[in-house]
Design a protein around this ligand. Sequence first.
Ligand SMILES: Cc1ncc(COP(=O)(O)O)c(C=O)c1O
Length: 390
Amino acid sequence: MKGNQEIKKQLEEIPFELKRRLRIFDRGSAPYIEVDGRQMINLTSNNYLSLATDPLVIEGAVAAVKEDGAGAGSSRLIAGTSARITLLESKLAELKNTERALVTTSGFTAALSAIVALVGRSDGIVIEKSSHACLISGARLSGSKTIFFRKNNLEGLTRALKKLRDRSKRLLIILDGVHSMDGDIAPLPEILNIAEEFDSFLLVDDAHGTGTLGPNGEGIFAHFGIKPSEYVIQMGTLSKALGSQGGFLAADKAIIDLFIQKSPAFIYTTGLNPAAVGAANAALDILAKNNERVVNLRRNISAFCKKIGIQTSKTPIIPIVIGGEKETIELSNKLEAAGCLTLPIRPPTVPKGTSRLRLSVQSGHRLFVETSEHASEERYLVLLRSRTAE
Ligand SMILES: Cc1ncc(COP(=O)(O)O)c(C=O)c1O
């Protein structure tokens, strides 16, 4: 069998329940959207602060495009660094309480840029097993000796560091700050103590903590009231709570300088487009003005958890673990028929047997302000309650 034939066969072998499909949505990030002519609540988007469709954020993107053009035109080290990007970097450094920040074209490339520059063949990585694919890809690409540990298993983390200590010039611990599929928060203070004990760098992916944790949405370090040390690298994305697109790294100046010198994923790609930069700048200005959206998000999370009969969550990611792929798809379809958009998450994104609906609450949902006495009897809530009660 040759070429295409073999590829077609490979595709046919993917079971229906695991096949990934691209669906088309208009304004798929908004808290309420129209699907096939019907209005529904959208629980799929990472637009936690509902900023992607905010008029000021849109205006920020438009103004930047009008002045700087539609594309950056070259890489950051050629002519792709605008005054707008450096302004964005200074705002991000302030948010993250670090000396410097560096904007990248996505969160995924931020992870690759940081890991590959920081560690190589003579170094060791200890990485949380279920961390985001960009972190695992970065670890593989670096060629470092890598040991996985189970989420929240601090003994496992310590054991792995002990194993690698004498065989590695540098050590790097990598994990999600807020787990992208489980929605829980990493025990950062304990992990920092371990990192210090082993003189290890720590890369925390704050993709889902930025905008959602801390008094003003600063992220996981502010949530725990900790000033990041010189061994810490915070990574994040502009594409979730900040409503734009792109990624960033925040750390001490020396570390950011190293990324600029040594990261192929930063050096050899066109700078982030002006629209994304302008939108992110406007989103950060909104966040700096007051914490209204962060507060509303938390109120909505509490209201939603109460309505579906679960303990309140500290983050906007609320997993409803169903188990099998088929049942998860079926529930998602039923919810859609009841006016609620959710998407089934299946292996390999999550381990086999833990397929789930990953529900994301936004500040722009009307969950805590709903006045109608029938609101909590909406069919989708009844359906979700029947699952959480099992
Ligand atoms: C935990 C985590 N890290 C990194 C990323 C990648 O960010 P981006 O979409 O900006 O590439 C995502 C989202 O896709 C994520 O969930």
